[in-house]
Design a protein around this ligand. Sequence first.
Ligand SMILES: Cc1ncc(COP(=O)(O)O)c(C=O)c1O
Length: 472
Amino acid sequence: MTTSSIGSDAAVPQAVGAAAASVWGDETTIAAAAVALASRRISKPSDPKTTARPASELLADAGQTVTPEGLGADEALRIFEDVFAPATRAQDDPMNLAYVPAAPTRAALAFDAVVSSYNIFAGTWESGAGAVFAENQALAWLVELLSWPKTAGGCFVAGGTTGNLSALVTARQFARNQLGRHPVGQWRLACTPQAHSSVLAAASVLDAEVVVVPENEQGQMTGEALRATLMKSRDVFAVVASAGTTNAGVIDDLAGVANICERFGAWFHVDGAYGGAALAAPSVRNLFNGIERADSFIVDPHKWLFATYDCCALLYRQPELARAAHAQKAGYLDAIDREVWNPWDYGVHLTRRARGLPFWFSLATHGTNRYAAAIEQTLATARAVAQGIQAIPQLSLLAEPTLSVVLFERPGWDDLAYRRWSRRLALEGRILCIPTLWRGRTALRLAFVNPATEADRVLEVLAETTQDPDPS
Ligand SMILES: Cc1ncc(COP(=O)(O)O)c(C=O)c1O
């Protein structure tokens, strides 16, 4: 029978080792204090009033924290908890409805701390097999949602920006191999003006020209518009479709786009960084029809799949094409087994943390049914808010939400009024709702990803605070 050593004095210092202790001292209490802070934070509700402050104020309150002698953990932790952390926004607050907020489960938050404690090198199978296996099971769930073959796969990268870039690097390499040469002029990729800015950034990195496909009335790319564009502009190596635009949550006509990509031999990439999560929601799954024919896809679990930053799932229908584009070669890498799954082969990266593990843990803990229910709940909240806005006399709904983005306006307000209202309510910690531009006019935008957000509370704040014709 073995006796547990938990709680015994000998357990931690021996594990850390005498050599390390001689350099850093005994870090046992430092680790315990930091873990205790993480634990406090995870179990506490977020504070919606936390916000950015000028650097001069932070310096005045924190002082110079990096010093030759070191401050000691107690003081460094105190400064972080009292000064630095409150100068960051609570992304997971249920009334934070700006940009695309976050809503990690407590399980994901806690497991992120666990992942850090293991410091796994998850670039290769050799160094991170267990972690990579678990990540791949989470990716396999997404592959199933996409109705892709089981042979599909990829890896987790930092965010949608790196995900889109990595997919397009693969697409370009594939096109280069097909063409056997550089095209006449520049490489070209096609998307609508609603594509995320990271697609334009990727085009710029790739020195590719962006061919603009005009969107339809609903803000979608259609097969017909894509066909007309590609007839005029040959040599487009990739088409980027949106499965949930950031501004309005619009999903392109993916089936129509797939038809045209096949006809013109263009790579079909789907950016589902925000909206891809809704693949798990039966009530809207049909809107994604055609996605089963895409060549690559991204979704950010840190957005609407209840994971922590920073986490983008990047998937390829034919992962070997990604390996051909991304695998790095060097004498000191020759010993690496290339027959196993090495995540560094699938994106623009080499070293990587096992950033998919908090997502995996949350998914493994709660199960995919609960994930589907949580996403359905946010969709229902968005629909209820959209409906409720129509009953508030001074507000006007601009479009029925496709997914969980709600766009509305307060007729009579100008840009300044919108900005003042938004800023005042943010400072009061009542709601974070940022104006946007929609069809050339200023509008208010709410993005729902948090199942804890209550429609009634949102509507109450909106109804009460938008009455005044001058919100300053
Ligand atoms: C549709 C879409 N694509 C890409 C991105 C970029 O993702 P990230 O910020 O994770 O790099 C975003 C971010 O909001 C997005 O909404």
